[in-house]
Design a protein around this ligand. Structure first.
Ligand SMILES: *[C@@H]1O[C@H](CO)[C@@H](O)[C@H](O)[C@H]1NC(C)=O
Ligand SMILES: *[C@@H]1O[C@H](CO)[C@@H](O)[C@H](O)[C@H]1NC(C)=O
Length: 220
């Protein structure tokens, strides 16, 4: 009887533990050594199906070696090294990016729904920050060799207020962190978010909303 009760309680605690782990963890854990993504497979699973034959190339990417071109509207460029570029990352729960910033460049406010992020400054300096769900801005200026953390799901940004280019390496605890850029999400969605939703949300008129939408419209 006592032994039964102990077994029952152990099972209960184990189940509770598993439920907690499942709700607080990021990407699910892997169930085999490797599962190199078959990016061309039509089969949809959570992540990607595994390729039959693998090689070192599946685990390799040279794309973060050189600065990305920053001659765009925001003066910044994110070069991702995620599962879409490195199929060997499938099921491993990690990825990286390189972000380059022209002087004055901004990586505009955005969130990663599936990952926390750490950045390491390669060159230059950046004003960085994230905003908590209590609307508190946590911000700091970071320089070469320094690191800053952006907690999972929170809105964050980086701005190069220096006179020279800046660059960071970013690490994520997801093979595909996902990015929702706040302004683009609201003002460039297709089909568009209705004007009446945005006028009420931002407490401005239709004219202001249409103006912002026109700035985010694809260049013709
Ligand atoms: C994998 O390699 C084996 C042995 O070389 C070959 O027979 C098979 O067709 C390959 N499979 C794919 C999907 O390329
Ligand atoms: C950015 O610079 C590259 C190389 O100098 C050029 O090919 C490209 O057209 C430029 N892009 C824009 C948007 O000006």
């Amino acid at each position: 009887m006592a032994a039964n009760k102990v077994a029952y309680l152990s099972l209960l605690y184990m189940t509770l533990g598993l439920v907690l782990v499942a709700t607080v963890s990021a990407d699910p854990d892997l169930l085999q050594d490797v599962c190199v993504a078959d990016l061309s497979s039509g089969v949809k699973v959570n992540g990607f199906t595994c390729k039959e034959n693998i090689s070192a190339e599946d685990f390799f990417f040279a794309g973060l070696a050189k600065p990305g071109l920053t001659n765009n509207t925001f003066g910044s460029l994110v070069t991702a090294a995620n599962v879409q570029k490195i199929p060997g990352l499938n099921t491993l729960g990690v990825s990286m990016s390189r972000i380059d910033y022209a002087p004055g460049g901004l990586n505009p406010p955005h969130t990663h729904p599936r990952a926390s992020e750490m950045v390491f400054v390669l060159e230059g300096q950046l004003d960085v920050g994230f905003i908590t769900t209590a609307n508190v801005l946590i911000s700091k200026t970071i320089k070469v060799g320094e690191t800053f953390v952006f907690p999972k799901g929170l809105v964050h940004f980086q701005k190069n207020n220096g006179q020279v280019s800046a660059a960071v390496i970013a690490a994520f605890n997801s093979q595909l962190p996902g990015t929702q850029s706040i302004a683009a999400t609201l003002f460039a969605a297709q089909p568009p978010v209705p004007d009446h939703v945005l006028t009420k949300a931002f407490q401005v008129g239709t004219k202001e909303v249409r103006k912002i939408k026109s700035r985010f419209a694809p260049k013709k």
